[in-house]
Design a binder for this molecule. Structure first.
Ligand SMILES: C[S@@+](CC[C@H](N)C(=O)[O-])C[C@H]1O[C@@H](n2cnc3c(N)ncnc32)[C@H](O)[C@@H]1O
Length: 342
């Protein structure tokens, strides 16, 4: 409810009420918190809060056993109205130092309440987290570290498992796969998610239907071990990446799991990471790094043992005249952070 200007001005004419509003603009608080911060009797705080509520300047919500109060900034479409103007003005006034200090103490004391809560739920937190937010939001969040303006390709997109994340994170996505049924499944997934920035292409990693330097990032997830000529494909991925563009490979490490290999109809038995890194370097990439990924326990205990996965990243040099990769300038060296550089 919007108050009449007259009510607003009357409510704000009182310096105690202005102070309460100013404190609430800094943080939602309960009556007892306001008593602590303002050093006022509880009856005074309660009475003034009622006046502020009647004037449409604050509202309350219930939190556990008590109510917390907050200023009605931007509520009821008053974004440019008198009330918001006055509340903004109050919020921008500096609180006197003793009040600021007591407010901080009140807020810090909440850490103890938080700690007590998390101490109680420590054994259930993983399930709660997944139940409420799903299993992978943090992975999606990490893509926010990369420029959203990038054009990316999902090479061997399959059913488009990665496409919702890629399409949410980047301006334009090219999904490439040689198998029509896979592309159809990926199209359905994208349509269901209402995403409009994905373009589908029939093609392979060694014959990508895109012009040179079209991409900022190329992702090849669980694809190269199906590609008949991985070294050739890496040269093709180098071609379609712009200078300075990034390559991200997720692959199976070399293995001898016959049952898995047969089930997946894989062409290659995974990759020795050093050998793949050498091919990536020969294709013209620099800054080739890789590390093992922590793969989950198989959901089905009778399923064939899956190989461990690794991630490898590389960059097409920004200035290829300086690229010494093909001339043996880049050598493998141990790295402390678990990455290795070729
Ligand atoms: C194991 S699936 C991986 C799908 C998806 N990238 C993922 O991470 O779930 C492999 C996909 O690569 C496709 N594929 C096979 N050979 C390929 C090639 N030479 N180039 C690109 N994609 C290929 C297959 O059709 C299949 O859809």
């Amino acid at each position: 409810m919007l108050a009449e200007p007259d009510n607003l001005l009357k409510a704000l004419a009182d310096p105690t009420r202005r102070r309460i509003l100013q404190v609430l603009a800094a943080s939602e608080l309960g009556v007892n918190d306001l008593v602590t911060v303002l050093h006022l009797p509880q009856s005074t705080v309660s009475r003034q809060l009622k006046t502020l509520r009647d004037a449409g300047l604050v509202d309350a919500r219930h939190e556990r056993t008590s109510a917390t109060y907050f200023p009605l900034l931007g509520a009821n479409g008053d974004a440019h109205g008198l009330r918001d103007h006055l509340l903004h003005w109050l919020r921008d006034q500096e609180l006197p130092a003793p009040l600021r200090m007591r407010l901080r103490q009140v807020l810090r004391s909440r850490q103890t309440e938080n700690d007590a809560y998390f101490a109680r739920v420590a054994n259930h937190w993983d399930r709660m987290r997944t139940d409420f937010f799903g299993p992978s939001f943090h992975l999606e969040a990490l893509t926010a570290l990369l420029p959203s303006t990038w054009t990316v390709a999902d090479m061997g997109t399959g059913t488009g498992y990665l496409l919702p994340q890629l399409a949410a994170a980047f301006t334009h996505v090219h999904a490439v796969d040689p198998v029509a049924e896979m592309l159809e499944a990926a199209r359905s997934r994208v349509a269901l998610a209402g995403l409009t920035n994905v373009e589908f292409h029939a093609g392979t990693a060694s014959a990508v239907p895109l012009p040179g330097e079209a991409l900022d990032l190329c992702v090849a997830s669980l694809v190269l071990h199906h590609e008949p000529e991985p070294a050739q494909a890496l040269c093709e991925l180098h071609r379609v990446l712009r200078r300075g563009g990034r390559l991200l490979i997720i692959e199976q490490s070399a293995h001898h799991e016959q049952a898995f290999h047969d089930l997946m109809q894989d062409r290659w038995w995974g990759f020795e990471m050093d050998a793949l890194a050498a091919d990536v370097t020969s294709a013209g990439f620099i800054d080739v790094r890789w590390r093992m990924l922590a793969t989950a326990e198989p959901a089905n205990a009778s399923a064939p043992q899956a190989p461990q996965l690794f991630v490898m990243t590389a960059t097409r040099p920004a200035d290829e005249t300086l690229n010494g990769a093909q001339h043996g300038r880049y050598r493998r060296s141990a790295d402390d952070d678990g990455w290795r550089q070729y």
